[in-house]
Design a protein around this ligand. Structure first.
Ligand code: PMP
Ligand code: GLN
Length: 376
């Protein structure tokens, strides 16, 4: 495994060194709902909720995850495993479901943790490109990435870093392929509630998919507590069992008071996440307006915290190099999309990913800085 630090860590460190506004690593600069913080404090003070959790997760959280999947999507899940963020759920899923020599397919640009974990499992990750500017999934390209060794498809929608939310036609095509070729699907749905346009459709809701899909999500994005790292995997018993088998030795079970607070958040219904999505929609529009005015060509984004912008419109072809200069020259940090692809010279080379999950005043200051920089 590479000993390099992740692009997120690198760029956040650069923001701290230079005092630049950090629109790189995706985290909100405001806490989530006070009621949920209160639930965490109450759990910490309860005298009964600070010891090891049961391996699967504390019962109220397991029940709340089941109820959420049923209420929001009509899914009856067979089993649930609570994890240390979606990251651990993904890691346990790949380690538990893949054998040495297996292959998996993921959408490129691809979230940074997938491939290193696949390698730890001895498996090989193949990529199917979402092409800019529309980032649609081409099902023929997906089929071409699948080989006789392919065991699973790892699908991230809403998609980081592009902000693409796959539509029903794309998901139906994915489902048909999984059924035809007898593939397992693992879905990374951490941005499930942060949809700005269209709707999020879990792959597990499509015909034939509930019995072959492991669905992963977490509290971080939905409630603006990215540091809590309470995640979960749900789905068919055999797939969840594979996650649990790894998790029991990787970290066993903890975060007990935050698990209780997450249960309270989920049990409060979907009003909070819907309000967050509405607030993010306005922030998205604010940042897109500012980036466009500064001269970037902004690509469409239907969800997540992120929007991608093409710096070629400003005469900069190499976003990797630009991302290292921008904190010094403009006082703003963004992430080069090429950090998520195999070929950094390819079609994403001039794209930067900007996070818009920040206070309006922070976005306005970043926009003003970028405008001054672009004009100079
Ligand atoms: N998947 C994607 C696509 C993400 O963007 C992130 C991070 N934020 C994660 C997984 C990890 O989620 P968590 O913080 O819950 O581990
Ligand atoms: N998911 C966050 C992002 O895409 C980063 C999380 C991390 O630093 N690993 O910005």
């Amino acid at each position: 495994m590479s000993a390099q630090t992740t692009i997120f860590t690198t760029m956040t460190a650069l923001a701290e060194q230079t005092g630049a506004i950090n629109l790189g690593q995706g985290f909100p600069d405001e806490d989530g709902p006070a009621e949920i913080v209160d639930a965490a404090v109450a759990a910490l003070r309860s005298g009964t909720q600070n010891q090891y959790a049961p391996l699967a997760g504390v019962p109220p959280l397991v029940a709340a995850i089941r109820a959420h999947q049923q209420r929001r999507y009509g899914l009856e899940v067979e089993d649930v495993q609570v994890t240390f963020g979606a990251t651990e759920a993904l890691s346990c899923a790949l380690l538990g479901l893949l054998q040495a020599g297996d292959e998996l397919v993921a959408l490129e640009p691809v979230y940074d943790s997938y491939e290193p974990i696949a390698r730890l499992a001895g498996a090989t990750m193949r990529r199917v490109a979402l092409h800019p500017p529309g980032w649609r999934l081409d099902v023929d390209e997906l089929r071409a990435a699948i080989t006789p060794r392919t065991r699973l498809l790892l699908l991230n929608s809403p998609h980081n870093p592009t902000g693409r939310v796959l539509d029903r036609a794309e998901l139906e095509a994915v489902a048909a392929l999984c059924v035809e070729l007898d593939l397992i699907a693992v879905t990374d749905e951490v941005y499930e509630h942060l949809v700005l346009e269209g709707e999020h459709i879990p792959l597990a809701t499509l015909p034939g998919m509930a019995q072959r899909t492991l669905t992963i999500s977490s509290v971080g994005k939905t409630y603006s507590f990215t540091g809590w790292k309470i995640g979960w995997a749900s789905g068919p018993a055999a797939l969840v069992r594979a996650v649990r088998a790894v998790k029991q030795y990787l970290s066993f079970a903890g975060g007990t008071p935050l698990q209780h607070a997450t249960a309270a958040a989920l049990d409060a219904g979907d009003l909070m996440p819907d309000a967050l999505a509405a607030a993010l929609r306005a922030k998205h529009d604010r940042l897109v307006g500012g980036l466009s005015a500064a001269g970037f060509a902004v690509l469409p984004s239907q969800g997540t915290y992120f929007v991608c912008a093409d710096a070629a419109a400003l005469g900069h072809d190499d976003a990797q190099e630009l991302a290292l200069r921008l904190p010094h020259e403009a006082g703003v940090v963004a992430i080069p999309v090429s950090a998520f692809v195999a070929d950094p010279r390819g079609e994403t080379r001039s794209l930067l990913r900007f996070a818009f999950c920040k206070r309006d005043a922070v976005l306005d200051e970043a926009i003003a800085r970028l405008a001054r920089w672009a004009a100079s």
